[in-house]
Design a binder for this molecule. Structure first.
Ligand code: FAD
Length: 482
């Protein structure tokens, strides 16, 4: 949104294609209109910032400077000379299709949640931590009444605070890392007082609602028949290996669990944009300070450049758009005339927040000991029902040394989600102890999301028709057959 508004402010003709039904992304998710929510701001922090942005967005939309295509999930982008053609599946069921051409492309596809499998994580009543937050913000629904929140990362605090605010009983927040690890980077912390204040605000909310916080601990088993009835929480050593005999049972009827976020890179990697491994062990795009990817004509902003939070995403959106504007206007304004000071301030803000994000990523990066959490029969790839035992056998007995070989031997990652959910876990279970040192690259998939065959057939027909037109235009009409 910030990028679109900034580019439109500077006179560019902007088209926003979004898989969602409304603006706001993951953070500023609005309740579905049918729910008739009158005070959506209650579940959000800094809703005023969103309203200001949404107001500017709407003005541009009415003036025709921004075209907003909701329910347009882009499944592929192709380079067509000096333009890009974006192909999208459209509508709530994703059964329609659309194609759109653009001169400049800015990818801001955000992130999805990182899941680490353990016994019971597929039981009804277990939801993603960020997923619980999304469910609450968009559907005003809770996954249960007594909810344990677990995993790793600062998002857990926000999730627990929202759940208690909405009336849930949250007896426990279980964090696998330790917050004291942040103290190893005092200068980065001091440079980001806003982040400290945010942590303190959440901490106070948890204290007020009597949410007990256990650090260096993890939910290592979920119990129940048809749905969650309780969890086992174990203490972890420094590498996240459960300490034998430390497991304790807690009653609950839901578990909200997530171990951070993973940049959603499918579109960018399909275009050939280079990636790097972040301190959190996930792949993110390589970007320069103007938010250019390694592919000319493609910019990126927000979580695709590494997980860093909404404020950083806003700064990057503005910075990327200003860079696109300079590029669109050509050499005469290449030094950023008119907004050079603003650009410099944004670059400084980005550096400061990226430094904090790096610290955060390192603190909460899953320790290698988590690989012992799944039992032999724990499903790792839910779509293809591939268990940890099968993955371990593929590695130990069949010699698979990486996620790709494991995939070929077990079908992990070949189902509906194409490895978006299990990819990180399979890679870690398949690879050497230190995955980042092994220099792995991000997965490249031909399509960014599931695409109905009818849509692919339509795209093929359109391409054939375009080719026929091209032959006619080229004066070779005689060669075109009906
Ligand atoms: C489920 C979830 C819940 C979260 N909840 C919180 C929270 O409560 N508090 C918090 O601090 N942070 C939360 N985060 C993190 C938060 O999303 C980010 O800090 C912030 O929103 C990043 O902004 P962004 O623009 O990079 O991505 P997002 O806000 O995620 O925006 C990405 C947009 O891209 C669209 N998109 C993705 N792929 C495609 C495609 N192929 N075609 C078209 N559109 C596409 C999505 O529909 C979305 O609108 C959450 C993250 C997730 C994944």
């Amino acid at each position: 949104m910030t990028a679109a508004v900034t580019a439109a402010d500077h006179g560019l003709d902007v088209a926003v294609l979004d898989a969602a039904a409304a603006t706001g992304g993951q953070y500023y998710r609005s309740p579905a209109p049918a729910l008739g929510a009158t005070r959506p701001e209650v579940l959000h922090h800094d809703w005023a910032a969103y309203e200001r942005l949404a107001g500017r967005f709407e003005l541009h939309r009415r003036a025709g400077r921004i075209r907003h295509f909701t329910w347009h999930q882009v499944w592929a982008v192709e380079s067509t000379g000096d333009t890009w053609t974006l192909h999208a599946v459209t509508g709530p069921e994703g059964t329609g299709s659309a194609a759109l051409e653009a001169r400049h492309l800015l990818v801001a596809t955000g992130s999805h949640e990182r899941q680490l499998p353990f016994p019971g994580w597929t039981l009804p009543g277990v939801v993603g931590a960020a997923g619980a937050q999304a469910m609450l913000k968009s559907g005003l629904a809770l996954p249960g009444r007594r909810i344990v929140v677990a995993g790793s990362g600062p998002l857990l605090q926000a999730v627990a605070a929202s759940l208690v605010k909405a009336g849930a009983d949250v007896p426990l927040l279980v964090e696998a890392a330790g917050y004291t690890a942040y103290a190893k980077a005092p200068r980065t912390l001091a440079a980001n007082p806003g982040k400290l204040a945010e942590g303190a605000r959440h901490g106070a909310a948890l204290l007020r609602h009597k949410v007990r916080v256990l650090t260096r601990s993890a939910v290592t088993a979920v119990h129940g028949g048809d749905r969650v009835e309780g969890v086992t929480v174990s203490r972890l050593n420094g590498s996240w290996r459960p300490i034998p005999g430390s497991g304790r049972h807690y009653d609950c009827d839901a578990l909200a669990v997530g171990h951070g976020l993973v940049p959603q890179l499918e579109l960018a990697t399909a275009l050939g944009c280079a990636t790097r491994t972040g301190t959190d062990g996930t792949h993110a795009l390589v970007l320069d300070e103007q938010l250019r990817t390694t592919v000319p004509g493609v910019w990126a902003a927000g979580e695709v450049g590494g997980i860093g939070g909404v404020e950083l995403a806003r700064i990057e959106g503005e910075l990327a758009a200003l860079s696109v504007v300079r590029h669109a206007r050509g050499v005469a304004t290449s030094r950023g005339r008119g907004h050079g000071g603003r650009t410099a301030a944004l670059v400084r803000g980005r550096r400061r927040m990226r430094a904090f994000a790096d610290v955060m990523g390192a603190v909460h990066r899953p320790g290698s000991g988590w690989r012992g959490w799944p039992a032999e029969d724990t499903e790792v790839c839910r779509c293809e029902e591939v268990t940890a035992g099968r993955i371990r056998r593929a590695v130990d007995e069949l010699g698979a040394g990486d996620a790709r070989s494991v995939k070929l031997l077990t079908r992990s990652g070949m189902g509906w989600c194409q490895g978006r959910t299990c990819g990180f876990a399979v890679r870690e279970l398949a690879g050497p102890e230190d995955v980042s040192a092994a220099g792995t690259t991000a997965d490249r998939r031909p399509f960014a999301c599931p695409v109905p065959l009818s849509v692919l057939a339509e795209a093929a027909e359109a391409a054939e028709a375009a080719e026929a037109d091209r032959v006619v235009d080229g004066g070779c009409a005689g060669e075109v057959r009906p």
